[in-house]
Design a protein around this ligand. Structure first.
Ligand code: FNR
Length: 347
C-alpha cells in the first residue's frame, strides 16, 4: 500500500508536468544586458566556477538541479536519474524534501540513491521549516549532504488541503542555522521573498545563504489548488513576487548573505541575468524535470551541457572572466521594474 505522503510526492511530479508553462514569466524579459564590441577576452579564460559560504563550498557551475523529488518508488527512480545527470554534467543537486523519510523510514532509499549515484558531487539535503535541529542532522546524514536547504512555504501549505496551519518558524530556523553540521540555505518554493523576510532571515535567523525562489516557473498555488476537492482557490494563482522582483528586493543584503535564485529559470540568459542581479548560484527545477520526463536522461544531459556552453558564450560576449565579473555587470531595467523599485523603495 502506498502511503498518503508518498502519493502526494507522485502527484506533485505529475502535476508539475501538467502545469508546466513555458510561457509563465519570472521577469527576465524585463532585463537587458548591454553589448560590448571589444571585450578583450578569449573563451578559454572564462571561469564559470562559483562559491558559497565564504568559499566553503566550491561549485563547478553556477547553476544546479533544484529540490524536487523522493519519498516514493517512482520519485526515487527520478532522484537516481537526476543524480546520474548531475554526476555526468558536474552540476550540484538538491534532494526533494526528506521530511517524509523522518516519518516513514521505509522511504529513505528514495533519497540515498542520490549519494549512491553521485558519490563525489555536491548534494544539498532538504526539509521543510518547522522541523528540529535533530531532524536537520538526520536529513543531512541520510545523503551525506554538503549543505542543507530548509524551505519556507507558507502559501503552499495554506493551499495544500492537508498542509500545516502553524507557522512559528523563526526559533527553530535560528537553531538549525547556528548548529547544523553543514551550512544552511533558507529557500522559498516559488512565491518569492520581500525585503522584510530577507532582513529577518539575515538579522534574526542568521542565514548565510538565501534562495529567494520566485514566481514564474513551477506554480504551487496552481498545483495544490488542483489537489483540493473544490479547486476553490484559483484566484491565488498569481500570488507572490517574481524571481526578478525578489532579486531586486534582496539588493540591500547582497553583501551580508549569499543569494541564490530559482523560479522559472529556462535559459542560460536567465541564469546570467540572475547572477548579474547578485546571485552566486541559480537553481532549476521544473525545466529539468520536464525535460527528463518528456525526453529522458540523455536529452537532459544534452540540455545541461548546452546551457554550460551558452553561459560561457554570454560571459565571453560580456567580457566577464569570472562569476564575480558577471555579478558586477550592469543591466537595463524595463519601466515596469523601475516602477516596482520606486513603489517598494528599493535602493
Ligand atoms: C519542488 N520544489 C521543492 N522545493 C523544496 O524546497 N522541497 C521540495 O520537496 C520541493 N518539491 C518540489 C517538487 C516538484 C515536482 C517541483 C517541480 C518543485 C520547489 C523547487 O525547488 C523550486 O523552488 C520551484 O519549483 C521553483 O523553481 P522552478 O521549478 O520554477 O525551476
Amino acid at each position: 500500500m502506498i502511503s498518503r505522503h508518498s502519493h502526494r510526492k507522485n502527484e506533485h511530479v505529475s502535476l508539475a508536468k501538467k502545469f508546466f508553462q513555458e510561457s509563465a514569466s519570472a521577469g527576465f524579459e524585463q532585463l537587458r544586458f548591454i553589448h560590448h564590441g571589444l571585450p578583450e577576452i578569449t573563451v578559454k579564460e572564462v571561469d564559470p566556477t562559483t562559491t558559497l559560504f565564504n568559499n566553503q563550498l566550491q561549485m563547478q557551475w553556477p547553476f544546479y538541479i533544484e529540490a524536487m523529488t523522493g519519498g516514493s518508488n517512482e520519485t526515487g527512480k527520478l532522484n537516481q536519474q537526476l543524480a546520474q545527470i548531475a554526476h555526468q554534467t558536474g552540476v550540484a543537486m538538491a534532494s526533494g524534501s526528506e521530511s517524509i523519510a523522518l516519518k516513514d523510514p521505509s522511504t529513505a532509499n528514495s533519497f540515498t540513491v542520490i549519494r549512491d549515484a553521485n558519490p563525489t558531487g555536491i548534494v544539498f539535503a532538504n526539509m521543510g521549516a518547522g522541523h528540529s535541529l535533530a531532524d536537520a542532522k538526520q536529513v543531512v546524514s541520510l545523503i551525506d549532504a554538503n549543505a542543507l536547504e530548509v524551505h519556507i512555504n507558507v502559501a503552499q501549505e495554506m493551499i495544500m488541503p492537508e498542509g500545516d496551519r502553524e507557522f512559528n518558524w523563526i526559533a527553530e530556523l535560528t537553531d538549525i542555522v547556528s548548529h547544523a553540521p553543514v551550512p544552511v540555505i533558507i529557500k522559498e518554493v516559488g512565491f518569492g521573498m520581500d525585503q522584510a523576510t530577507i532582513k529577518q532571515l539575515v538579522q534574526s535567523v542568521g542565514a548565510k545563504a538565501i534562495n529567494i525562489s520566485g514566481r514564474g516557473g513551477t506554480n504551487f498555488a496552481t498545483i495544490e489548488n488542483f489537489r483540493r476537492k473544490h479547486k476553490d482557490l484559483d484566484y491565488l494563482a498569481d500570488w507572490g513576487q517574481t524571481t526578478v522582483e525578489s532579486l531586486l528586493e534582496a539588493q540591500a543584503f547582497k553583501t551580508d548573505v549569499d543569494l541564490i535564485a530559482s523560479g522559472g529559470i529556462k535559459t542560460p540568459l536567465d541564469i546570467a541575468k540572475a547572477i548579474a542581479l547578485g546571485a552566486n548560484a541559480v537553481g532549476i527545477a521544473g525545466t529539468i524535470l520536464n525535460q527528463l520526463i518528456q525526453n529522458g536522461p540523455e536529452k537532459t544531459i544534452e540540455m545541461i551541457k548546452d546551457w554550460q556552453t551558452g553561459l560561457i558564450t554570454i560571459m565571453t560576449m560580456l567580457g566577464c572572466r569570472t562569476i564575480q565579473d558577471l555579478q558586477n555587470e550592469k543591466l537595463l531595467l524595463s519601466p515596469e521594474l523601475i516602477n516596482y523599485i520606486q513603489q517598494r523603495r528599493i535602493k
